[in-house]
Design a protein around this ligand. Sequence first.
Ligand SMILES: [Zn+2]
Length: 464
Amino acid sequence: MAERFVAIQVGAVSFVDEGVGPVLDIFQERGQINALFLATPTWTRGTGGRQLPGQPLPDHGVQQHDLDWVGGNYATIHPQYYAGTILGAAGRAPEHPNWDIFEAVLPEAKRRGMQAYAWIEESSYAQELRNYPNFPKCLEVDAWGRPAKRFCFNNPDYRTWHLSIVEDYVKSYDLDGLAWCSERPGPLNVLLQGPVTPEAVSCFCPHCQAVAHERGIDVRRAQEGYHRALEWNAAVSAGHRPTDGAFVSFWRLLLQYPELLAWQTLWTESQRQLYRDIYGVAKACKSDIQVGWHVYHNLSFSPFYRADQDYAELSRCSDFIKVVAYNNCAGPRFHAWVANICQSLFADASPAEVYPLLLKLLQLDEGPYAELPKTGFTSDYVRRETARAVAGVEGRCKIYPGIDIDIPTAADTTKCSRDGVKAAVLAAFAGGAHGVVLSRKYSEMWLDHLAGAGDAIKELGAMR
Ligand SMILES: [Zn+2]
């Protein structure tokens, strides 16, 4: 039987704090891990740096929070690959400046027969990216024509910069794969799932408008529709109820402005085109490199985002998909998500009323709404999400569910356990997974809980 793929997301700080050899020993012995998702670049606390400030430090690593953590590229940046973009060779992380994560880790990983992937976080929300020279010239534009805060997938400089990182990594290092992560919902989804500010609804930049022209979408009508939808969002989230209710008045906007939907699809397709470009460029540099995507937790919560993330379509530019199936933190996260959409699209009903219907629409089967923050989701959720993904990609790519190991939750809510992690990993493989990705970062995991993954792999009889 083929070896099961057991990956872990790990950031630079863990190797610097604990040493490459000792960290890999722990991964192999406790977690039965045979693949590394090395977090670079990342400007996101969820994958970079030590434990989140305010959360207790786990039982390994330096016992001090890195409050001044910035993030960035932890590999050497080779400037020859960054021509053709005004963003240039930006992004080197200020932490460990003379230390290269790939140079430090790859030889030892290879010696042990462990695969190594670059885990690339777009980190579109990070202020640090906007602090670099020229990045503010690549921003999305809101429905009133004002630059917003995130970067546009159709901006040639931004696209080329990401393709430059891909070329740099694949040509400069002997990597087995790339995993690319972008956590964004698109303009219509963000607007219907909770209260928003106008800058969150984008992109109407000249590049996106050109794509709209190509697709025969009326830009003015789309902008007008989004102005109206934002007015609707502001009124509903402030507690005002249209005579026909929040839902009916929203649906009427869709009838009057089908461009609302067309622009959401334009946005999603623009993101996916970047996926296709990354896939093609990586393969052109090294034909056997494995390329795949992180599909974020909104997939489990939003039927609207789920409809966007069509597995059959995604599978055509993927060797693998890391489907987020974080069952423990899903409890508090979904509880908050339902409360949020009840201030927007579902404002006509209460969260406790909306929740059972959402479970059905999403093919979930979890406990009472009020208890979710304390119970989390069951491990069977991991099995169902995996099976749905495996069926969706129709054999064209592999499915690696992301497994929740100690993703921080509020103080009085559900926590991970060794048995819970073991059950989640077993559930992933019961759902037909080709592997798992232990998430989100080693620096927030407790060693005993990491061993729950190892317990599962041993039980499955896998040989490292
Ligand atoms: Zn744009």
